[in-house]
Design a protein around this ligand. Structure first.
Ligand code: FEO
Length: 397
């Protein structure tokens, strides 16, 4: 990423990771890559807001050198401990050992447990301000968005919010701003990021947005730590977050299934026919061959979920088990789900899937079809009718 002035005396000095295809271990696929954004503020006190993934340290330091010698940095704001934003911090502290780090108490603890550095660290809380010269930084604790240490930094003179992970997207681009990129791709990546990382934290996010709105801080630009910067319409992503955090849904259905010899797949398509015939938008995903990150993104604003699995060893098939493990952690609200599938000599998949759905707090609609071996004509008709009935529940909201 080239260094870019985003506001007077504020530079984007982060890096683009074009090649990364998995994040958070392998829980999230990043088909469009990502960026690790960091911001350099030139003022009486030269201040760096966040760093980058450790493997990009050399490129990051070269970026800073295009603006200023790194050893001149006075302050480093650590909005978040996670290594994609703090990985270059040890090298920065080696280059500028007199720099003072600012972050939350949990950030101090977390940085120490990652790097064991004996660094000058000042704890800050919501409401604390740091005067840099002409510009000021205000700190807003943002615990569990998405780690206990997380913090937002706000510059009132520029009406700039730097919320680290919040409002980000895993989206590698040469462009830096929302008005320079494809809007569908941008919102798709923002939604995918929310669904796969932030969804279980929705109640915390909603409260934090309300808290910031009560602070009456004008926001002209949001510069997150991943992806593009929102300058044209920051309200667009704030409003999207409010909608997602409220678990607002559309009358749509996602059918997610795994099949051993094809019967459960056949049932999935027949159920879908009944739903679609009733006028409800529907997507079908074979979880064994579909990117889980994409399915979860689709589920973010979908009201109805149907999970189908053949029975194997009295249980669901393994790709479905792995997927439902993710769903259990996401704890989606305001949804209705049901299950279906085929079995051989005894059932079991539906019961096991329902156990997980109950633990996820999802309402379960009864009547999901479960049939032996290959469904016959009467059973396929029952699948269609179940789809029609499920569509009525979804329409009813
Ligand atoms: Fe982008 Fe929570 O790290």
């Amino acid at each position: 990423m080239s260094v870019l002035k985003i506001l007077p005396d504020i530079y984007s000095v982060g890096v683009v990771d074009w090649d990364v295809r998995n994040f958070h271990g392998h829980t999230y696929t990043t088909k469009r890559g990502t960026s690790y954004n960091a911001y350099l503020i030139i003022d009486d006190k030269i201040t760096l807001v966040d760093t980058v993934m450790g493997s990009f340290t050399a490129e990051f330091i070269e970026n800073i050198k295009q603006i200023i010698a790194p050893e001149k940095i006075d302050y480093i704001i650590a909005n978040h401990v996670e290594t994609d934003h703090s990985g270059a911090l040890p090298e920065m502290m080696r280059l500028c050992p007199k720099a003072k780090i600012f972050g939350t108490a949990k950030c101090r603890e977390g940085l120490y447990k990652h790097y064991y550095g004996n660094w000058d660290f000042q704890e800050v809380k919501t409401g604390d301000k740091l005067k840099l010269g002409k510009k000021t930084l205000n700190f807003i604790e943002a615990a569990m968005i998405h780690w206990p240490d997380s913090m937002f930094t706000y510059c009132p003179e520029e009406q700039l919010l730097m919320p680290n992970d919040a409002f980000g997207q895993h989206y590698a681009t040469s462009e830096r701003f929302d008005d320079e990129v494809d809007q569908c791709a941008l919102m798709d990546e923002a939604a995918k990021y929310y669904a796969n990382i932030l969804w279980p934290l929705s109640s915390v996010i909603l409260k934090k947005i309300e808290e910031i709105q009560k602070m009456d801080l004008p926001i002209k630009m949001i510069a997150p730590s991943h992806g593009i910067i929102w300058r044209k319409d920051p309200a667009k992503i704030i409003n999207a977050y409010i909608s997602w955090a409220k678990n607002e849904t559309k009358p749509k259905v996602a059918i997610v299934y795994e099949t051993m010899w094809g019967s459960t797949g056949k049932m999935a398509r027949k159920i879908a026919e009944g739903i679609i015939q009733a006028g409800i938008s529907t997507r079908i995903f074979d979880v064994a061959v579909t990117d889980r990150t994409e399915i979860i993104r689709e589920m973010l604003d979908t009201r109805g979920f149907l999970f189908g699995s053949s029975t194997h060893d009295n249980d669901m098939l393994p790709a479905m088990a792995g997927f439902l493990e993710l769903v259990r952690g996401l704890r989606p609200k305001n949804r209705v789900a049901s299950t279906f599938g085929s079995y051989g000599w005894t059932g079991g998949a539906a019961k096991e899937m329902e156990v997980v759905l109950k633990e996820a707090g999802i309402d379960i609609a009864s009547g999901g079809p479960s049939f032996k071996y290959l469904p016959d004509e009467r059973e396929m008709k029952a699948c269609y009718e179940f789809g029609s009935d499920f569509a009525k529940i979804i329409k009813g909201g």
